[in-house]
Structures are given as structure tokens and as C-alpha cells.
Design a binder for this molecule. Structure first.
Ligand SMILES: Cc1cc2nc3c(=O)[nH]c(=O)nc-3n(C[C@H](O)[C@H](O)[C@H](O)COP(=O)(O)OP(=O)(O)OC[C@H]3O[C@@H](n4cnc5c(N)ncnc54)[C@H](O)[C@@H]3O)c2cc1C
Length: 380
């Protein structure tokens, strides 16, 4: 029987891993199956645009996989039985066996951070939540307030995008930090502040949210904050499946992996993307981003193929080049970085940065060896 490689999760990391594995392995030696909750590839990096009312191109996974030997199974994985080496799924036949598993389930919003967030807050971390926010924002009356909680990259992008698309709304950005733009050099931070001023996004630093209510926020050591919609962008959390299956994970549920992306507790399992606690070239934990997911997806395919062919693979190198922030459709900041993610002096701002980011996002989907992630259905 040929070796069964199963990849769970068809995001940036998993889709790339599956396609590259199928390209590298002979069908008679190994089968590659990709299990994903939907038959669409979701461009997560554009979900703040979706929430702001923009249309996104539909990306069909079947189309992306055309011409490859990857078998797509559209199902939600509900559990992993490591002893039996099977995945439980929510559709017939209910289980699928594996010899090698690539865990690529990505991440979601951290709505369990404070009381009330699950019930009352929106996120842009996944398609379902971003769609809900899109509907909520569209129904707000002029002068309505949207509170974006979290001053990281997702919070900055979401606040800017909403403010640009809905100038009649009041967009507020709340962060527990002293300032926004940590990790950026002074010129980039200055541009960021000016852009938010221009978009009329008011920034509330040193503001720690204690709870989310239907009509706003409770602030620790401060007066309640009224809002018609609260967007929670305090970071990402990984699915519980890995911990429940007994894999060694870090405190946020990411699977601990060695330099070849192999689980340190289960050698037949690999983890990639947001769901993996990898180590970057600096020795620091990998950051949840496409700049991590893509080299991991590519690298894990090379590692697995090498091992199946009896070769000893080298480590997968994860380094960074830039931090890319969109500030609406016509503005942005690109902070170029050293491979260990420390900022360089070089920064791109304004329209040039917006165009740079758009090019990167498009190439993320379309580029790569033999059309790694494919083209969108419109062919544009
Ligand atoms: C609004 C926003 C903007 C961002 N901007 C940037 C940016 O500019 N640059 C950048 O580098 N990063 C950005 N990121 C982060 C980036 O999107 C993630 O780091 C990246 O998507 C991680 O890729 P992944 O393959 O690990 O997971 P994902 O892309 O999340 O894919 C995971 C896949 O697993 C599937 N899945 C999940 N659970 C199950 C299950 N139980 N069963 C079956 N399938 C399942 C999902 O449906 C999905 O297809 C942004 C994120 C957001 C939300």
C-alpha cells in the first residue's frame, strides 16, 4: 500500500504543502489528501477588506488543485486519534487514516480574552466572523461608533479600512500599549499616526478593556466606552484539536516542532503555519504570518519527500523581509526588516507602500513553483 500523507487545513501553508508534496512524490509511492472545512481558499490577509464591504475574488480549491494528484476532502476535522492514526470528520465516511499528517489548521480570533467578547465582539480572523462584521457595519447609522480593540497590525489595518470605506462612522482604536506601531522605526510610526489622523481614527493608548457589552466596553481603571460595534483584534489563537489529541504544544496551543517542522512528541506528525510553534533564524518563535506559513508549507513538503525517499532533510529556514501594513486602499507602511525581524532603516510609505502590499498579497496566492497556489476563478 502506498504511503498516505494527509494535510489538514488548506490555508497558505497547507495548500502549498499539499501541492508541492504531490509534485515531488510518485503516486505509486504516496497519496496526498487535503482536508479542509470548505471548498474555497480564503485569503485571510484580505478579511478586513471584506469586513469593510469590499468584494473579494472567489478562489476555488478544486480549481487550485486541477492538474495535481491531490485529493480534496471537504470536511471539518473534529478530532485526531494519534494511536489509530486517524482523523475524525463531520461528513461521511467520518474517519480518514494517515501515515504522515501535516497539521495546518491556522488560527482564529482570541474572543475568549475577556468576558462578553464571544457574545458581543466581532473579529476579522476568519471568513464567518468577518462576514458578520461586514453586515453589522453596513447597517450602522451615520455617526455610529466602531471600537477596534488591539493596536497590532490587524487592528491598524481594520481601523483604517473601515474608516476609509465608512467615513460617516466614528472609528476608535483602543490599545493597552503606550503607543501604536511597536517594531517600526520612527519615520514609519510618524506616517502611521498621520494616516490615522487623516482617516479620522482616534487612538486610545493605555486603554485596557476588561469586558465587552452589547453597547460597548468596560475599561479597566476608566469610564465605560460606548460603541455600536466592537472588533476584537488582540491576536490569534490556534484550534484546540492539537492539545486535545495530546501533541506537545506551547501555551497558545501551537504544536512544538523541531527544525524540520516535525512534532517533538509525535514523529509522524508535522505542523506548519499559524498552528506551528516554529523557530525563526533568530531563535525567536515564528510569528503568525504568511511570511512564516509559505516557507513552512514549502519546507515541510521537501522534508517529508526527502524522508520518504530515504534521505536526511536539512532544517527549514524561516526568516523575515518586511512588515507590511495597509492603511486603506491608497496608503500603507512597509517596514523592511532583518531576517530576525528587527527593523531596518528603510521604510516605504503612502501609495508606493499600498501598491507594494497589493503586489505581495497577489503574488502570495499566485506565485511559487508550478503555480503553487494557483489563480483565481476570474483569471484576473
Ligand atoms: C485581517 C488579517 C490580515 C492579515 N494580514 C497579514 C499580512 O498582511 N501579512 C501576513 O503575513 N499575514 C497576515 N495575516 C495573517 C495570515 O493571514 C496568517 O498568518 C495565515 O493565514 C496563516 O496561514 P495558515 O495556512 O497557517 O492558516 P490559514 O490561512 O488560517 O488556513 C487554515 C485553514 O484550515 C482550515 N480549518 C481550520 N479548522 C479546520 C478544521 N477543524 N477542519 C478542517 N479545516 C479546518 C481553515 O478553513 C483554513 O482553510 C493577516 C490575518 C488577518 C486575519
Amino acid at each position: 500500500m502506498s504511503h498516505r500523507v494527509v494535510v489538514v487545513g488548506a490555508g497558505y501553508a497547507g495548500l502549498l504543502a499539499a501541492k508541492r508534496l504531490a509534485h515531488k512524490l510518485r503516486r505509486s509511492d504516496a497519496t496526498v489528501t487535503l482536508v479542509n472545512a470548505s471548498d474555497r481558499f480564503v485569503e485571510r490577509v484580505r478579511l478586513h477588506q471584506l469586513a469593510a464591504g469590499q468584494r473579494l475574488a472567489g478562489l476555488s480549491l478544486r480549481q487550485q488543485l486541477r492538474g495535481t494528484s491531490v485529493e480534496l476532502v471537504v470536511a471539518r476535522v473534529t478530532a485526531i486519534d494519534t494511536a489509530g492514526r486517524t482523523l475524525c470528520m463531520d461528513v461521511a465516511p467520518g474517519v480518514i487514516g494517515y501515515d504522515t499528517l501535516v497539521y495546518a489548521l491556522g488560527s482564529r480570533g482570541r474572543l475568549d480574552d475577556v468576558p462578553g467578547a464571544v457574545e458581543h465582539a466581532y473579529t476579522v480572523a476568519d471568513l464567518e466572523h468577518a462576514t458578520r462584521l461586514r453586515h453589522r457595519v453596513a447597517e450602522l447609522a451615520s455617526g455610529g461608533t466602531v471600537a477596534v480593540v488591539g493596536g497590532g497590525l490587524t487592528g491598524l489595518e481594520t481601523a483604517s479600512e473601515l474608516a476609509e470605506s465608512y467615513p460617516e462612522l466614528r472609528v476608535r482604536l483602543l490599545t493597552g500599549a503606550d503607543d501604536i506601531g511597536s517594531g517600526l522605526v520612527a519615520r514609519a510610526r510618524t506616517h502611521l499616526r498621520r494616516a490615522l489622523d487623516r482617516l479620522d481614527v482616534s487612538v486610545h493608548p493605555k486603554t485596557v478593556v476588561a469586558a465587552v457589552r452589547r453597547d460597548g466596553l468596560n475599561i479597566r481603571d476608566g469610564a465605560p466606552f460606548a460603541a455600536d460595534a466592537v472588533v476584537w483584534t488582540t491576536g490569534f489563537r490556534t484550534p484546540e484539536l492539537a492539545r486535545a489529541a495530546g501533541f506537545a504544544t506551547d501555551e497558545s496551543g501551537r504544536i512544538l516542532v523541531d527544525a524540520t517542522l516535525r512534532s517533538v512528541s509525535h514523529p509522524e506528525v508535522y505542523a506548519v503555519g499559524d498552528a506551528a510553534a516554529g523557530v525563526s533564524v533568530s531563535g525567536a518563535p515564528s510569528r503568525m504570518s504568511c511570511q512564516t506559513a509559505l516557507p513552512m508549507g514549502r519546507g515541510v513538503a521537501d522534508v517529508i519527500a526527502a524522508r520518504l525517499m530515504g534521505r536526511d532533510p536539512g532544517p527549514v529556514r524561516i526568516g523575515y523581509i518586511f512588515t507590511n501594513i495597509s492603511l486603506g486602499r491608497r496608503d500603507g507602511v512597509v517596514q523592511f526588516t532583518h531576517a530576525d525581524d528587527r527593523p531596518r532603516r528603510f521604510v516605504l510609505t503612502g501609495r508606493a507602500a499600498a501598491a507594494f502590499k497589493e503586489t505581495v498579497v497577489r503574488s502570495t496566492v499566485r506565485s511559487g513553483p508550478r503555480g503553487e497556489l494557483g489563480r483565481d476563478e476570474s483569471g484576473s
